[in-house]
Design a protein around this ligand. Structure first.
Ligand SMILES: [Zn+2]
Ligand SMILES: [Zn+2]
Length: 348
């Protein structure tokens, strides 16, 4: 095999190139080598491209973008038993240390020593070949494609959020922000048995998709009073859970007014700047539980099962496709016409 491959490399802000980079060598004993088939473009890829940083993570050296990945196994390490050549896989992008307390407790998303695709300085997956731990490559069941495998990553965020929120049969849930994460989190909540899902977004096309995917009520905060409408839809009580996926300051500040006493708010969308006004007294007197969630842990198998069982529909979220040769164009397009797109998929 050639020792060079093509990859999408971010050099600095606004300087993104497809270029030749060294190809990974043979997989280690517990690793597999994968031919990349699909990578989804994530908001974080666009953010690094346009701003060069997310919080404390700053692009200082050229970095390969991409972390939402589906591929095909082309070589397996000597210890690998769960996969064979030809298997199609969804690839979990974070490799934790497995030694710290968080890892040992199963909360490996909190590992401070994690390697994570396309989080500087770690290279991402927008490259022709990848070598990855076999236990973080999940074999796709019959009927699940490698494009869907790429979307298991954002879906895992939704699974983790619903697990943390404690969504159960009969729950009423408001999802604020109907982008990819919101639409996926909402579908997971419905799959978990939520009876009412309410979606909010400023984009009419996103609200239309939310409705198609099962939202009982959609609200446009640019035109309507979100609090009033949520209360009207829940007999004046509010919802059991708010899944805040927008990262919009207004939606964050409003969340305590959407949730019923004793309810839960889960924060998923990151806001900028990070300080937001919140009615802390209301959180106290209503005993509202608030909880941040970050990425996911042990969520890939659940996410894959939900897709295989037909409980989560991923295809309607793929709103544009680009061949790998046009990956720079694809990411460019996401940075401009973003609101019109849900998920842009790159096909190798
Ligand atoms: Zn992502
Ligand atoms: Zn660790």
């Amino acid at each position: 095999m050639a020792d060079k491959m093509k990859a999408v490399v971010l050099h600095k802000i606004d300087d993104l190139r497809i270029e030749e980079v060294p190809a990974p060598g043979a997989p280690g004993p517990d690793e597999v080598k994968v031919r990349t088939c699909n990578v989804g473009v994530c908001g974080s890829d666009v953010h690094y491209y346009k701003r060069g940083r997310i919080g404390d993570f700053v692009v200082k050296e050229p970095m390969i973008l991409g972390h939402e990945t589906g591929g095909e196994v082309i070589e397996v390490g000597s210890n690998v038993k769960n996969l064979k050549v030809g298997d199609k896989v969804a690839m979990e992008p974070g490799i934790p240390c497995w030694k710290c307390t968080f890892c040992k407790e199963g909360r490996y998303n909190l590992c401070q020593d994690i390697f994570f695709w396309a989080t500087p300085p770690d290279h991402g997956s927008l490259a022709e070949y990848l070598v990855h731990p076999a236990d973080f490559c999940f074999k796709l069941p019959e009927g699940v494609g490698t494009d869907e495998a790429a979307m298991i990553e954002p879906l895992a965020v939704g699974v983790h959020a619903c697990n943390v929120a404690g969504v159960r049969p009969g729950s009423t849930v408001a999802v604020t922000g109907a982008g990819p994460i919101g639409l996926l989190a909402m579908q997971v909540a419905l799959a978990y048995g939520a009876t009412t899902a309410i979606a909010t977004d400023v984009s009419p096309s996103r609200l239309a998709l939310a409705e198609k995917l099962g939202a009982k009520l959609t609200i446009n905060p640019a035109k309507e009073d979100v609090v009033k409408r949520v209360l009207a839809a829940t007999e004046g009580e509010g919802v059991d859970m708010v899944l805040e996926c927008s990262g919009a300051a207004q939606a964050i500040s409003q969340s305590p007014y959407l949730v019923k006493p004793g309810g839960t708010i889960v924060w998923i969308g990151m806001t900028h700047p990070p300080e937001v006004e919140i009615d802390q007294v209301r959180l106290i007197i209503n005993e509202i539980r608030t909880q941040g969630t970050f990425r996911y842990a042990n969520a890939y198998p659940i996410a894959i099962n939900l897709v295989a069982a037909g409980k989560v529909n991923l295809q309607p979220l793929i709103t544009a496709r680009y061949p790998f040769e046009k990956a720079v164009e694809a990411i460019d397009m996401c940075s401009t016409g973003k609101a019109e797109q849900i998920k842009v998929m790159i096909d190798f």
